[in-house]
Design a protein around this ligand. Sequence first.
Ligand SMILES: Nc1ncnc2c1ncn2[C@@H]1O[C@H](COP(=O)(O)OP(=O)(O)OP(=O)(O)O)[C@@H](O)[C@H]1O
Ligand SMILES: O=c1ccn([C@@H]2O[C@H](COP(=O)(O)O)[C@@H](O)[C@H]2O)c(=O)[nH]1
Length: 261
Amino acid sequence: MTFIVSRSASSTLHVLKSRWLSVIGRQQHTQSSVEAKLIFTKPPGRLQLNVPTAILIRAYAAFISMSKPKVVFVLGPPGSGKGTQCEKIVKEFGYTHLSAGDLLREERNREGSEYGALIEDNIKNGRIVPVEITCALLENAMNKTKEATGNDRFLIDGFPRNEDNLQGWTNKMSDKVEQQFVLFFECSEQQCTERCLKRGESSGRSDDNAESLKKRFNTYINDTVGIIKHYEEQQLVKKIDASADADKVFERVKAIFAEQK
Ligand SMILES: Nc1ncnc2c1ncn2[C@@H]1O[C@H](COP(=O)(O)OP(=O)(O)OP(=O)(O)O)[C@@H](O)[C@H]1O
Ligand SMILES: O=c1ccn([C@@H]2O[C@H](COP(=O)(O)O)[C@@H](O)[C@H]2O)c(=O)[nH]1
C-alpha cells in the first residue's frame, strides 16, 4: 500500500510528482491490484480514498502532459501578417506571442551580446541564424513568461525556418512541449513585398528594403517551404489565405483556435 497524504485534491498531483519515482521504482506497485491510499487532510473533513496505483500512474502521466507548455508555430512568407495576427490571437485567446525575429533583434541590440554582429549580418542578408542562438532565446523567453505570468501557451512566430532550426528544436525542445499545430499564412510574394516596403517607411528594420526582401524570399522558398511541407506530412498544418484584410484573415484564424479545446 502506498500512502499519499495531501492537503487537497488539487495538490495531490504535486505530491504524486514527488512520489512518482518511488512508486514506479518498485515493479509490483505498477500492478493495478496494488492500491494506494489517498488521504486528503484539508479541514474541515478528512477524506480517505483507496485508488489503484495504475490509475495514479495514469493521472500523473496526464499531469505531466498537461503541464507541458503548448506551442503553436506560426509560419508564412515575410509580410504575410504573422505578427499582426499573433497580436489578435493574444487578445482573444490568451496565448503569449514570441517572435523569433523580435528576440533576435533584441539580442542583437543587447549591450555586450557576443552574437550581435552575427545576427545583424544574417538578418540583413535574409539568412537564418544558427539554431543554438534562436532556440536558447525562445526557451529562455518561455521560461521567463511561465515564471512571471503562469501562461504556458505560446505562439512561436517565424520559427522553425530551415532544417537546422527544425533539428535543433526537435533535439532540445520536442520532449518539453506539446506541439499543438502549425499556423501557415499563405500570401503572394508581390503582396507581401508591398506590405513590407510600406512597413519599411517607418519600421526602421534593416531588412525592410527591396534588396533584403529578395533575399528573404529566396530563403523562404528554398528553406522554409520544406519545413511547412514536413509539418503538412504530419497533418499539423492549418493553412490560411492571408491575402485579405487583417480582420477578414482573423475571422479564419479565430475559427481554427475556437475548435481547440
Ligand atoms: N491582412 C493584411 N492586409 C494588409 N496589410 C497587412 C495585413 N496584415 C498585416 N499587414 C501589414 O503588413 C506589414 C507586415 O505585417 P506583419 O508584420 O504582421 O507580417 P509578418 O509576417 O510578421 O512579417 P515579418 O515576417 O517580415 O516580420 C505590417 O505593416 C502590417 O501592418
Ligand atoms: O527563427 C528565426 C527567425 C528570424 N531570423 C532572422 O530574422 C529575420 C527577420 O525575421 P522576421 O520573422 O521577419 O521578424 C529573418 O529574415 C532572419 O534573418 C532567423 O534567423 N531565425
